[in-house]
Design a protein around this ligand. Structure first.
Ligand code: NDP
Ligand code: GDR
Length: 327
């Protein structure tokens, strides 16, 4: 039986990855950090199948102990302060978790089990002010937020450990991917949750920032398959994972409102509070390498994804009409 250690398992991607690995017969160890109240919403259905280890990406000793306990064949480092907008008010914490946390995890693996295969959750945010359209593995980086800068450090330290210590370390440069398990403050989920609340009479408006931003949005369930595929290859490498399709935030909003028969212009209010100090105007990924070398394919398209998310939020609010949004 293969074993895998996942950081960030309580998050969106961690929950889908844990499901995938359990289906494949892995023993799954999940790192959870200490929180004042339990935070198992995304993994409630598989909670009892995961071996839980208490650790924190900012605490090297706890990660060394985690690798010792799990003795993993594969390590997936998905833990991060992952919300771009929070990285301006919290740049130091973002750096400590999202950048130095990667070195901590790599060090724990190098010291305890250097032959374990390592996946780093890198991001299209590293392309930031894009230097080419579309963006591929060879496109120069130009991050535009403390989060993007931290991810760039995480990317290069992963490459460096591969080249310095001959570790099987891969960096997946993933473009935005979403699901009904997406955090409520990210724009897709904020929109689908807002639309559901408006439709059900629980809210009157939806406040958003820049509607012109363009993103390459895919389904998280498809993207975790690419993470696993990267660690099954003969040699470690870096891969862009994307849909190759780009949409504006406005298009996202329109599809979501249309799906419940409402006109978005009647409800959306532009609020400067949600406009960022420096914006990533557009992201469009070229994942030819992943398709050719990993045989990776995506199954859920953008429009279907948005509709599925609206339906999931409608269902959730119908079951729990008193639910209050957290953003
Ligand atoms: P989430 O924000 O949903 O999950 C982040 C996870 O990291 C949570 O489990 C969180 O735990 C954990 N975490 C945060 N801080 C620490 C810490 N100090 N120690 C240990 N764990 C910690 O992110 P996603 O699932 O969306 O993304 C997964 C990874 O992929 C992240 O690294 C993200 O930056 C990256 N990424 C995501 C993309 C996307 O579109 N989703 C695209 C490209 C990259 P808790 O539940 O306790 O908060
Ligand atoms: P992003 O995702 O920053 O791309 O990072 P997010 O959904 O937060 O923003 C996408 C775009 O939408 C614009 N936008 C708004 N965003 C939010 N959150 N709230 C709003 O009200 C709003 N209005 C407009 C933003 O300005 C932006 O242009 C995500 C995260 O998952 C990262 O961890 C990951 O690395 C990248 O995707 C790839």
């Amino acid at each position: 039986m293969k074993s895998a250690l996942i950081t960030g398992v309580t998050g969106q991607d961690g929950s889908y990855l844990a499901e995938l690995l359990l289906e494949k017969g892995y023993k799954v160890y999940g790192i959870r950090r200490r929180t004042s109240t339990p935070n198992y919403e995304n993994v409630e259905h598989i909670k009892n199948q995961i071996e839980w280890i208490s650790a924190d990406l900012t605490d090297l000793g706890s990660l060394i102990e985690a690798v010792r306990e799990a003795d993993p064949d594969e390590v997936y480092n998905l833990g991060a302060q992952s919300f771009v907008a929070s990285s301006w008010p919290q740049p130091v914490a973002t750096g400590q978790i999202t950048a130095i946390g990667v070195t901590n995890m790599l060090e724990a693996v190098r010291l305890v089990k250097p032959e374990a295969r390592f996946y780093q959750a890198s991001s299209s945010e590293m392309f930031g002010k894009v230097q080419a359209i579309p963006q591929a593995e060879t496109t120069p980086f130009y991050p535009r937020s403390p989060y993007g800068v931290a991810k760039l450090y995480g990317h290069w330290i992963t490459v460096n450990y591969r080249e310095s210590f001959d570790m099987f370390a891969c960096s997946g440069i993933l473009f935005n991917h979403e699901s009904p398990r997406r955090g409520l403050e990210f724009v897709t989920r904020k929109v689908t949750d807002g639309v559901a609340q408006i439709k059900l009479g629980l809210a009157k408006e939806l406040r958003l920032g820049n509607l012109d931003a363009k993103r390459d949005w895919g389904f998280a369930g498809d993207y975790v398959k690419a993470m696993w595929l990267m660690l099954q290859q003969d040699t470690p490498d870096d891969y862009v994972i994307s849909t190759g399709e780009m949409h504006t935030v406005e298009e996202l909003v329109q599809i979501a409102f249309d799906h419940v028969g409402l006109n978005w212009r009647d409800y959306v209010v532009i609020d400067e509070k949600f406009v960022r100090p420096a914006e990533v105007d557009l992201l469009l990924g070229d994942c030819t390498k992943a398709k050719e070398k990993l045989g990776w394919e995506l199954e859920v398209g953008f429009e279907q994804l948005v509709k599925n998310m609206v339906d999931a939020d409608l269902k959730r609010h119908s079951l729990k009409p008193s639910a209050v949004p957290v953003y």
